[in-house]
Design a protein around this ligand. Structure first.
Ligand SMILES: [Zn+2]
Length: 112
């Protein structure tokens, strides 16, 4: 898998974890510590991304919540539109960073 694509997925996972921790009711010391660790990890992953991609990621997550979504059987699971078959049948799709032609979210492919 493309390294940049891996970083995008990681960034997304960290954002989900941060989201979870932000909704944590008890705001104890441990929680605060975990939150700081997550934020540090997030910065680290973000630094590994090309600026153009990290900017786009931030823009998309503000707009949609989820900036990167899976494509399974040619369907984008962000907007639920079927992607053009010429786009879907290409080989090694996870070797490059691509976006949904309908909603613009970053996508990664389930390839069986
Ligand atoms: Zn889409």
């Amino acid at each position: 898998m493309n390294k940049q694509l891996e970083f995008l997925i990681m960034l997304h996972d960290l954002d989900l974890l941060l989201d979870e921790i932000n909704h944590e009711k008890k705001a104890g010391f441990e929680i605060k510590k975990h939150k700081e660790e997550l934020q540090t990890a997030r910065e680290k992953v973000k630094k590994g991304l090309e600026v153009i991609l990290s900017n786009k990621y931030e823009r998309l997550s503000k707009r949609y919540g989820k900036a990167i979504v899976p494509v399974i059987d040619g369907i984008c699971y962000g907007c639920f539109v079927t992607l053009p078959s010429a786009f879907v049948v290409r080989k090694n799709k996870n070797e490059e960073v691509s976006t949904c032609q309908n909603c613009g979210r970053f996508i990664y492919w389930f390839e069986d």
